[in-house]
Design a protein around this ligand. Structure first.
Ligand SMILES: N[C@@H](CCC(=O)N[C@@H](CS)C(=O)NCC(=O)O)C(=O)O
Length: 208
């Protein structure tokens, strides 16, 4: 039995979808750094960064970092199709997952908490940093669409780890709106991923 720490509208949605794709039972523990309650203290005990998603495995091993969690689930449950079977497409999937984590999810952390990246409090600098990170985030998604989002490699009918993480992480900081105008074909593919039944059920609960 897995325990997933997360909350509505957060990155834990991607791991919920993946766990369902693996057909494994899991318990949800409502928690985040921005919500008070018992979940917050439980999250602090397993993840000192207090970020979600955090997944605790049956033997108590703690897994953080969305890309690592998705890769682990894909390797443990090959029948889930979270990762491609063949070596070359699997290598690209790993590249795409780490790309999202390093170049997109990290930028969202700057947009949400610019003060963490400044040596002292400065409202003006915070606003500049946030605006710069947002621009960079949108550019990074354009590059993602060009590198990984082509019709040939994108799996809308049976979304894998890459499609699932992209579907969730594009929901923040104006990314979907940006992609709708700059990369309309890729935006349409994201909507197809959203419509897949397993993805759709989780997405609707997180973003009613
Ligand atoms: N590197 C982490 C980032 C996770 C992350 O930033 N999660 C957000 C919620 S979507 C969070 O918990 N932020 C709270 C905080 O940083 O205090 C990952 O890829 O999973």
């Amino acid at each position: 039995m897995y325990t997933l720490f997360g909350t509505e509208g957060s990155g834990s949605a991607a791991i919920e979808i993946a766990l369902q794709r693996c057909s494994v039972p899991f318990t949800l523990c409502g928690a985040s750094s921005w919500e008070e309650g018992p979940g917050k203290e439980a999250l602090r005990r397993v993840n000192p960064l207090m970020q979600v998603p955090t997944l605790v495995l049956a033997d108590g091993t703690v897994l953080t970092e969305s890309a690592a969690i998705l890769i682990h689930l894909g390797l443990e449950h090959p029948e889930s199709g979270l990762l491609p079977d063949k070596s070359a497409p699997r290598a690209q999937a790993l590249r795409a997952l780490v790309y999202i984590a390093a170049n997109c999810y990290a930028a969202i952390g700057i947009i949400d908490y610019p003060q963490r990246w400044l040596a002292s409090a400065d409202d003006g600098l915070e606003r500049l940093l946030e605006a710069g990170a947002r621009t960079r985030l949108h550019e990074n998604w354009e590059t993602f669409a060009d590198l990984f989002g082509g019709a040939g490699s994108w799996r809308c009918d049976a979304p894998g780890a890459v499609e699932i993480l992209a579907s969730v992480v594009t929901r923040w900081s104006g990314t979907r709106e940006h992609l709708r105008s700059t990369r309309p074909d890729f935006h349409a593919r994201l909507l197809e991923v959203d419509a897949e039944p397993v993805v759709n059920a989780v997405i609707r609960r997180h973003w009613p």
